[in-house]
Design a binder for this molecule. Structure first.
Ligand code: SAM
Ligand code: SF4
Length: 478
């Protein structure tokens, strides 16, 4: 499938020591206290070159106390997003395969001490049904999520991935990329996971502050801070060159977390030869069976969250940013402009949740709109409100444009060459196969507008692919 060379360096690391130095990070934060307007503006100006920021420069933005500069920060974030990513937005659906979990993370409803939770690991039939429902919505990308439990061994995970790839429902239904969010494993197991043709391996550190980490992880394998901290080193050692990291905001000081996460990015770039493909931004949401989640110790409000996303966009302009499933529609819209490049649509966070939602679709009491708006509605809103092009593209990963190869391409701004055309082609496929009448009309108008902005040669090329798609061919990509 992949034609590219192996881009990874074999990482050299000592899992007994940490590359997160609390004192060093705090010193950087303290040294940038109360920056002047000129200092902040100088960092913003540098960020506009799309070369990223150092930890020190990032700290200046984090420590900014001049509210009037927020708008300037947001403007630079929008500019970078627009230059590098354009108006594409990649869509995916999370699929919770299992909520069995032997750990006890005090912020999570799946924690082993939550005896009220109904535990469920989807069997093959149930899993197939979930995937069919997602395919009928038009999804091509799935994020598969698993608790950490003996039931969710690497073999079970790989079996479930094979099942998901196997489902082909209706006309043109198929899953073309499965990203995986599961507990970190040994290098050996990561090799097995890689063999299942996964897209991105995702694992969030939750908090980079060791003392806090140890306070909130009460039992099970996840207790070990360093074991998790080096998860991506092991994944890369096993040849998984496409990894996603993240912080669970609300556990500790967001300034520390963001700098530490950037230190993690730098560590992976230097030691493994490739930085993370994506960064995710979950914020603690109230979860049944978790007291901490009701009152997060360092709650991040909407304004602060917007700054976090914008500053990350400036600091690592080429890394994909993923927005959590649970953000409201209004927040999604703002964060999209500020730099988020992937969002989930039509999401459920319970194993079997899509099937359940279908069964309950006439029971208004139990089915709240908002986050659970059907995919078509979200797409209609993306197209008409923010003129975004929803993309179902999975081309890069299947052409072997991953790891340092992908980042190299992005850096050369080849996104216009592959991503924008592929977004339009896969969007057309969605419009033909799954969209409502009004979404199809609005979507096709947007496609025409995008074509008129391309060079004539490229537009001609894309039109040929669109015509083939209209003729019933599927899965065309450059
Ligand atoms: N068990 C695996 C692990 O812990 O890495 C993967 C599944 S876990 C459900 C996926 C992510 O959900 C966690 O990494 C955490 O960041 C997030 N999460 C847990 N509790 C949450 C909450 N109350 N609100 C928002 N996100 C939460
Ligand atoms: Fe289990 Fe992951 Fe939830 Fe922790 S965050 S309780 S490991 S599912």
């Amino acid at each position: 499938m992949s034609t590219h060379h192996h881009p990874l360096k074999q990482p050299v690391y000592d899992p007994q020591t940490s590359f997160i130095y609390d004192d060093g990070l705090w010193a950087i934060i303290d040294q940038s206290a109360n920056p002047s307007i000129e200092q902040v503006r100088a960092v913003l100006e540098k960020a506009r070159q799309c070369q990223g920021l150092t930890l020190e420069e990032t700290a200046v933005l984090l420590q900014n106390t001049h509210p009037e500069l927020d708008e300037e920060l947001f403007a630079v974030a929008r500019e970078i997003k627009d230059t590098i990513y354009g108006n594409r937005i990649v869509l995916f659906a999370p699929l919770y395969v299992s909520n069995h979990c032997a750990n006890s993370c005090s912020y999570c409803g799946f924690n082993a001490d939550n005896h009220q939770l109904k535990r469920k690991t989807l069997n093959t039939d149930e899993l197939r049904r979930e995937v069919e429902i997602l395919q009928d919505m038009g999804h091509k990308r799935i994020l598969a999520v698993y608790g950490e439990h003996p039931r969710n061994s690497v073999k079970a995970i790989v079996d479930s991935i094979n099942t998901m790839y196997d489902v082909k429902h209706g006309d043109g239904g198929e899953i073309r990329r499965i990203n995986v969010n599961c507990a970190p494993m040994s290098v050996e197991d990561f090799r097995v996971l890689k063999s299942a043709a996964i897209g991105t391996y995702q694992c969030f550190q939750e908090t980079y502050h060791k003392a806090t980490y140890e306070k909130v992880h009460l039992k099970g394998k996840k207790k070990g801070f360093n074991y998790r901290l080096y998860a991506m080193h092991r994944a890369m050692e096993a040849g998984i060159d496409d990894v996603g990291i993240g912080v669970l905001f609300g556990l500790y000081d967001h300034r520390f977390e963001l700098l530490a996460m950037l230190a993690h990015v730098q560590e992976l770039e230097q030691n493994c030869g490739v930085g993370p493909h994506t960064i995710s931004f979950p914020r603690i949401e109230p979860a049944h069976g978790s007291e901490l989640s009701e009152r997060p110790p360092y709650e991040v409000n909407d304004d602060c969250f917007k700054r976090i996303v914008a500053i990350t966009r400036l600091a690592v302009p080429y890394t994909g940013l993923i927005m959590s499933t649970r953000e409201s529609a209004a927040m999604r819209k703002e964060l999209l402009e500020l730099g988020v490049s992937q969002i989930s649509a039509g999401s459920s966070t319970a194993p079997g949740g899509y099937q359940q939602a279908q069964e309950q679709q006439y029971d208004i009491e139990q089915f709240s709109l908002g986050d659970h708006r059907p995919m078509d509605e979200i797409i209609y809103e993306l197209v008409t409100d923010s003129h975004s092009v929803p993309s179902f593209c999975t081309g890069c990963y299947r052409k072997g444009r991953t790891g340092d190869h992908f980042i190299g391409l992005a850096k050369q701004q080849f996104i216009g060459k592959f991503c924008q055309p592929n977004a339009l082609i896969t969007f057309r496929e969605y419009l033909n196969d799954y969209a409502s009448e009004r979404t199809r009309e609005a979507g096709n108008a947007l496609i025409e507008r995008e074509l008129s902005r391309m060079s004539p040669a490229r537009a001609r090329n894309v039109r040929t692919c669109l015509a083939k798609t209209d003729g019933g061919e599927r899965d065309i990509y450059l």
